[in-house]
Design a binder for this molecule. Structure first.
Ligand SMILES: Cc1cc2nc3c(=O)[nH]c(=O)nc-3n(C[C@H](O)[C@H](O)[C@H](O)COP(=O)(O)OP(=O)(O)OC[C@H]3O[C@@H](n4cnc5c(N)ncnc54)[C@H](O)[C@@H]3O)c2cc1C
Length: 378
């Protein structure tokens, strides 16, 4: 359960009860669910988890643009189940562009079923030749009649194959580079949109590729103005980066809990591991780094919720520091637990597999560092 004492200066009165309820829900109803055995069951489980999140009203912080609420949710879910966290995160990533750039008609059509967990979203930006360099997007959307024809392929897309609605980034004017990128709402059943293959991660996480083969969409599928898709996508990523940091904090907190429980009871050389100073050093470093990461995370979310236009630097610091920290913390937990920690069904081994992707998706650590340095050097 997210500890709200440390971050209380960054919270509003409704956040503490939310953290408590979210912690109870995550431990009682999410952590107890069995780990999916393969990709097909992970995909079914992701839909089931979305139903649970929507049915319980847990997606509301996304709809309310309550960034600290989203961070508390992701911290609680990250601690209990990285898959449930990913389901929450992706619903946020697919919904935020609608919230930031959608017309009233687009909001009326989609937000209700999204909040209830009946419509699952996906954010389709990355392509084979456009990863960190988003402006290199080669998918195109050309005018035809009153609508558009979208053609291209997307890779490494979370929820590919199980989403109902894809937020697709495509170029309406390639000569303009980033300023020619637009954003479209493309329902999964649109003729020409195909789920081409699953990309299987070592941790349960529905991921895959889609192709858009002369996919016709009406004019009102355009989200925001033509050529504003890049800005809309980056604004959504900028806003949601602190939540990736929060998920990392949740995973690190779980790793620390598992490590502490183990070193207190495991005896070697006639004494509990917890008595050895080398063990204590690891615990102290894990707890200190986690504390620093949580402060960076909630500082960034607080600034956004207070109305700061951009939190570019704050979000990049939180995301890069927290995800790197979580990787170290999970690795330390595995080390402290020893051989049992690398068994596939041990919680720290599951965390070990899940935490790695956080340093890559929604902007790698290196890209975050470039962003921070760019702000410093302005
Ligand atoms: C689990 C998972 C889920 C994902 N979900 C989605 C999704 O839902 N939607 C979506 O659109 N995308 C998604 N992605 C894709 C993700 O956003 C990209 O993987 C990420 O942006 C990096 O792009 P890339 O993999 O092509 O790596 P590259 O951009 O090729 O980078 C490779 C390496 O080069 C480094 N690098 C690149 N440029 C520079 C530079 N200028 N200076 C220094 N180093 C640099 C990077 O930091 C990285 O270490 C997901 C990825 C993963 C792993």
């Amino acid at each position: 359960m997210p500890d709200t004492r440390l971050i209380r200066t960054f919270l509003e009165p409704h956040h503490t009860p939310l953290a408590e309820r979210a912690g109870g829900f995550a431990t009682g109803e999410i952590a107890t669910r069995p780990e999916p055995a393969d990709d097909a069951s992970a995909r079914r489980e992701a839909r089931a988890l979305l139903g649970l999140l929507g049915g319980g009203g847990w997606l509301q912080p996304i709809l309310d643009l309550d960034l600290r609420g989203c961070c508390l949710m992701r911290e609680a879910l990250g601690e209990a189940s990285p898959l449930a966290d990913a389901v929450f995160a992706l619903q946020g990533l697919g919904t935020t562009p609608i919230l930031l750039g959608g017309t009233q008609a687009q909001k009326d059509r989609w937000l209700g079923p999204i909040a209830e967990g009946k419509v699952m979203t996906a954010f389709a930006m990355t392509e084979a030749e456009a990863g960190s360099d988003v402006a290199a997007i080669a998918t195109t959307a050309r005018h035809e009649g009153s609508g558009y024809v979208v053609t291209g392929a997307k890779t490494l897309i979370s929820n590919a194959g199980i989403a109902d609605l894809y937020v697709v980034f495509a170029s309406t004017d390639r000569a303009k580079g980033a300023k020619g990128i637009s954003c479209f709402l493309v329902p999964a059943n649109t003729f020409g949109l195909k789920f081409t293959r699953a990309q299987v991660l070592s941790a349960p996480h529905p991921l895959g590729e889609i192709a858009l083969d002369n996919c016709r969409v009406p004019a009102d599928a355009l989200l925001g103005a033509e050529g504003r898709g890049y800005g809309l996508g980056l604004a959504a990523l900028d806003r949601l980066r602190p939540t990736v940091a929060a998920a990392a904090c949740g995973m690190a907190a779980r790793a620390l809990t598992e490590a502490l429980a183990h070193v207190k009871q495991r005896r070697q050389f006639g004494t509990p591991l917890a008595q050895f100073q080398l063990v204590q050093q690891k615990l102290a470093r894990m707890a200190t780094d986690l504390t620093a990461a949580r402060l960076l995370t909630y500082r960034a979310a607080y600034e956004k919720d207070q109305g700061q236009e951009r939190i570019t630097s704050e979000a990049a610091m939180a995301k890069s520091f927290a995800t790197e920290m979580a990787q170290r913390a999970v690795d330390d937990a595995v080390q402290l637990i020893g051989g049992r920690g690398v068994l596939a069904d041990h919680p720290v081994d599951r965390l070990y597999r899940a935490v790695r992707a956080l340093r890559i998706y929604e902007g790698t650590t290196e890209i975050q560092q470039l962003i921070i340095a760019g702000e410093l050097l302005k």
